[in-house]
Design a protein around this ligand. Structure first.
Ligand code: NDP
Length: 250
């Protein structure tokens, strides 16, 4: 599939699923501008990889949970790209907190990064969008089923589905499509970023999840990137307002 010369904006592109999305879009020929929240080796690594990929790519620092930083990121991305054909809101925040211990601040941080950022990003980028632009929100399968200790996260991700459905109708009239990709459980754990005990505990949890996936494996970041690539391109030109679960049949 080719996205030659298309211009893409991706939030949270330096690690995990976002990184796979950025690399897949760039390899398909798109120019990509992405952002991250904090400096790390992952930022330098992505910059190096993109430097040897054809096209124009920029990796900028911006916390999408901060309104001013998100606005500046969109402005900078539009300045680099001109018109924007593909928008992917991937950056997300999650914490695991029992509902009776969930503070308003904790709620706000998760809702701001997932849902409010989707609203603000979309509103700010509209003037720069091309006529047949594709907007994709990275949601979550758990938004459809609910999960303990993540009421704030599931509420935010479910809100993204409602936002996409309404916008698919409102922006669809201008040829702009809005869809959600809902990952199941994707192994984005990185042994270099976690203390060994934490990494091992996470692997144990992931093993338990693996047994519940009909396809018998966890998702890979590339599985989600493939779905985003599909929804970005002309093959999905008549798909609008959908939520595409990518969860191995879970
Ligand atoms: P990771 O934590 O592995 O990577 C997140 C990326 O987003 C990093 O590049 C990170 O940059 C960036 N990021 C995080 N917060 C912000 C922010 N406030 N502003 C800008 N950039 C930010 O996440 P995943 O790859 O696991 O998840 C990506 C998306 O997929 C999220 O929306 C998540 O909710 C969703 N998802 C993930 C699942 C999974 O199993 N992994 C399952 C279902 C949904 P930095 O390094 O600077 O923090």
């Amino acid at each position: 599939m080719t996205l030659n010369g298309r211009n893409a904006l991706v939030t949270g592109g330096t690690r995990g699923i976002g990184r796979a999305i950025v690399l897949a879009l760039a390899e398909a020929g798109a120019n990509v501008v992405t952002c991250y929240r904090q400096e790390s080796d992952a930022v330098d690594l992505l910059r190096k990889e993109l430097a040897v990929t054809a096209g124009e790519h920029h990796v900028l620092k911006a916390d999408v949970g901060e309104q001013a930083e998100l606005a500046e990121f969109v402005r900078a991305a539009a300045a680099h790209l001109g018109t924007v054909d593909i928008v992917v809101h991937n950056a997300g925040a999650i914490t695991h907190v029992p509902f009776d211990k969930l503070s308003l601040e904790g709620w706000n941080r998760v809702v701001d990064t997932n849902l409010t950022a989707a609203f603000q990003l979309t509103q700010e980028v509209i003037p720069a969008l091309s006529e047949s632009a594709s907007i994709i929100y990275v949601g979550s399968k758990v938004a459809m089923v609910g999960v303990p200790m993540r009421a704030h996260y599931t509420a935010a991700k479910a809100g993204m589905v409602g936002l996409a459905r309404s916008l698919s109708k409102e922006l669809g009239a201008r040829g702009i499509r809005v869809n959600v990709v809902a990952p199941g459980i994707i192994d984005t754990s990185d042994p270099d970023r976690m203390p060994p005990e934490e990494y091992n505990a996470m692997q144990e949890r992931l093993d338990a999840y693996r047994k519940r996936v009909p396809l018998g494996r966890l998702g890979r970041s590339e599985d989600i990137a493939a779905a985003v690539l599909f929804l970005s391109g002309d093959g999905a030109a008549f798909i609008n307002g959908e939520t595409l679960n990518v969860d191995g049949g879970m």
